[in-house]
Design a protein around this ligand. Sequence first.
Ligand SMILES: Cc1ncc(COP(=O)(O)O)c(C=O)c1O
Length: 475
Amino acid sequence: MTHMHVAGALHADATTPAPVWLTRPEDVNSLTAKLWSETVKRDENGVITVGGLRLTDLAEQVGTPAYVIDEVDFRSRARDWREAFAGWTVYYAGKSFLCGTIVRWAAEEDLNLDVCSLGELTVALRAGFDPARIGMHGNNKSEAELRLALEHGVGRIIVDSSDEISRLERLCAELDTTARVMIRVTTGVEAHTHEYIATAHEDQKFGFSIAGGQALVGLFRCHHSPRLQLLGVHSHIGSQIFDTNGFEVAARRTLKLFSQFKEATGLELAELDLGGGFGIAYTKEDTPATPDELARGLRDIVEHECRGFGLNPPAISIEPGRAIVGPSGLALYRVGTVKPVDVGNGMNRRYISVDGGMSDNIRPALYAAEYSAALASRSSAAEPVVSRVVGLHCEGGDILVRDEFLPGDVAIGDLIAVPAAGAYSRSMASNYNHTPRPPVVSVRDGKVRTMLRRETLDDLLALDAGLSENEEPNG
Ligand SMILES: Cc1ncc(COP(=O)(O)O)c(C=O)c1O
């Protein structure tokens, strides 16, 4: 939420000041490595290329807006996480972005998979992912979801409420099977971007409270159930986390729960999941830790806390989503209008309207998330100007990139690329204003492959029973 900072010094006459965190680039054409996927660069003509393909050519082939995933980058990030956390299990959090191709890549890179809806589970199963390596989340899992998970022998179901325990026991009895379960706990640690807030009372919908005693009761219930095989405890503390402080508090509270369970039953729980939420760079000021640094920190924390409680270290898993697919993806838009807007005191703001918007990336409107942008179709010798990249929707809050230095000559027809758009963009996209959702394509060795095709107006119209061609006699 960096845009809440007060305005800083003027950077260019007649334009609005940049926010204090946004520094004027020495070269507006340079690409800050941490924001972009591994293969991104500018070619000799100044055009941004991904996986050896010019974004101008890609736009010709698939149109705009489009999400572009750098396959080499996804795979190498997946490998980095798995290697840094060797000995632990890494579940790719499918909610960040999931489709058949991603499921296959995750399997090929030896990741496990975390899903949290009937749809995500169905995609994973249809793409042939080993059900034993799937973890199933959700605070209100339907019977259909649980049934599908049980029928396919999903590796673990992370139960979120006592109602779910009852539902699961009933379904297991009906199907004459057992379920492998973890208890999702609320540790009272709510991690935000740069800080964590420890709350005594956890006022949110997920999990069993440790402080309130429900977590221990839930563990006992699962432990005594003939239909449930209790694996351990799951804790997820938030998103865009940049350090291990929040994880330390969460691990301490969770492992204390392990020791209380041991005291009561004489048994040690076998598994602990520390969740996802590892931060990435959306702007130059974000400084995410590397998987190696995080792995070192988390290993130390777990060892230290286990020693303190006299426990054998359990099998540990984590669930990164954004940190794997986020930086691998960019969103590509075409500029439709450029409008200097008078904001008072003789200053104006450059509004650059593109052919997408809040329907393909809701995060700025929903969370005040910050993004960066670059002119992709050419380099420019023009002065950098503080600009705002906005969408085509009928909302004042339809902002894609609130503040960015872009060349002062950005014009109609130019391409704008927004990096770090691989996670929670397409997966949270909507059809607001009857807007078909953009395609997701992967690029590798100069070749584009469709991961999800572009939605068409016909796709949307086909849902509308009020249109004459779709009318059915009985509604
Ligand atoms: C339980 C759980 N695990 C993993 C994740 C993935 O988080 P991220 O994509 O930020 O790593 C989430 C995100 O909300 C989550 O709720």
